[in-house]
Design a protein around this ligand. Sequence first.
Ligand code: HGY
Ligand code: MN
Ligand code: MN
Length: 401
Amino acid sequence: MNIDAGRFLADLHRLQSFGASGVGKGVVRPAYSEADVAARRWLAERMQAAGLRVETDSMGNLFGLADGPSILLGSHSDSQPEGGWLDGALGVVAALEVARASRKAGGPAVSVVSFQDEEGRFGVTTGSAVWSGHLSLAEADLLCDHDGVTLADARRVMASTGEIDPAQFTGFIEMHIEQGPVLDQADERIGVVSDIVGIRDMKITFDGQQNHAGTTPMHIRRDAFQAVSAFNQSLGERFANVVTPSTVWTIGHVSLHPNASSIVPGRAVFSMQWRDGDAERLDRMERIIRALAQEVAQARGMEVSFGQLLGLEPVAMDARLRGALENSAQQVAPERWRVMPSGALHDATNVARLMPVAMLFVPSIGGISHAFEEDTAEDDLVTGLRVLAGAVSGMMPELGG
Ligand code: HGY
Ligand code: MN
Ligand code: MN
């Protein structure tokens, strides 16, 4: 099939214009925001123009459907609060271009998806988690963002046309930026993903005593921020015999109440997130986290409470789809590709509950992502598109396309 690289790049740049941050090519396009809804409206037009039937489900997942059995390609078009122009968007626009090229070539049938809230304004890969049955819509509706907005309220801005039956798809392939330094440092062009790590994510709250910052002696304070600090200080050494060099954990969001310079914070709510390729290790880390938080609270005469634990298990990519990507990578970028795990989470993890899935990566310059500076050389973007198109066209017989 003949992909149109110019059209593909033009669509990518057009998508970046929705929620453009004005810094580099960054975007601010959180799930259900005005920019996100406008971007999805534009994507729906492009899907329609590509001859696909457009449907939006109750979560706001946007599908462009081919008739009959089809391979599903796509990713997500929502962004982090400060996001890059390619995280998610690349996979959606590449899917659109392969769908157009494949239709012109007489097959195979390709459908396109942009999942909603992959970046977890409300949860963890929320849109595909609901679509795949990992999370019920009722549970998802109760999730809140950091400002206390519920998903139920937020998703009212998107009209649903009905639920999409996964049985029509023979498999799912997601093209994505690596978001890490491996391909960039090795000067390689393509990563074929072997497996995606698992994740756990929960909010932890320390409750102490709000008090005067001037008159309250240090030794009698029940300072919620000091509890977070003590917790974080001990966490690394408690993990020492459990984690490996590829295990990661992050406290990315901390809110103090009442968040004032002259007040000892009585409450601290923080996000605790950890990831690893081994589910058993994730469970051990959870036990350590809960025990340490209790210990810190007890030592300070404070209370600790834990929010809902959200998580996804590690998942291996489908051998057949992965083989198609490997063959295509060898054709398009001989000896300039590798098989590698994904340290980032993706919708493919949820979709793997329903059908065979596979992923391919293109390099991230400097390994930067989840930042306005995120970028990839345009010829690497096109190389990735060619590998995706090559893998899909090679699937014709199995798809009966
Ligand atoms: O956090 C992640 O791994 C994904 O980019 N949301
Ligand atoms: Mn992503
Ligand atoms: Mn992301």
